[in-house]
Ligand binder design. Sequence first.
Ligand code: 13P
Length: 263
Amino acid sequence: MSTRSDRRPLVSGNWKMHHDHIEAIRTVEALGLRMREGRVEDVDVSVHPPFTDLRSVQTVLADRSLALLLGAQSCHWEDQGAFTGEVSARMLARLDVKLVIVGHSERRLHCGESDEVVARKLGAVLRHAMTPILCVGETADERAAGLTEQRLVEQVERAFGGVAPAALATCVVAYEPIWAIGVGAAATPEDAAAASEVVRSVVSKLAGKSAAEALRVLYGGSVDPENTASLVGADGVDGVLVGGASLDPEKFYRIVEGARALR
Ligand code: 13P
């Protein structure tokens, strides 16, 4: 059975709709070189730029042998077809994308993504041998009504319902309480630990204890260099999913260092 020490920490930068491809090249070069200087080998670090940046970033990472994993922010579940404006998981895999965020609350809210759509996307990511980062989290109203646990259970069950246990063990779940995103005040390490426990108990029911212990759980929402170490120090939390603070390579590097400090 895996224990926490078998789970490699993961620090992921969700750039959202920021940085064009020129800015993206500069950002990953600066970050990758900083990581080389700091000899970061014990933490997985991914960047998730907009679709238009992916090819440029892929080229920079390969040409300069930078130890960053390429990620995407979403995908379509079909491999190809009449889906104007969409990008398939297959296309992302062809660009060496390794991790894909699915079910981010901004997509659930602004693009109407249901739990069913999230499940289909997650299946497509796994089918193309990439790692999904499934985002789950409650609104402020749900939290106030005492519905946090119920919401997390529903989201995790619906996303993972059809996934085989061996595949489920390779997935990543990011607990991102919606009320803590982009506000400058993160949830507490206790909140993050409690959510991680809920996620693992659902996964344990769906796929068994060893899958639940192998799966990585991240925290996301107003992560910065100052609060990273305490969040990553929370029980069952294996890393962070970072929005705003991932756009600046120096700031993001300090977050990577914060996540390393505890290992
Ligand atoms: P912030 O770090 O800007 O709060 O964003 C969190 C997030 O949504 C990452 O996916």
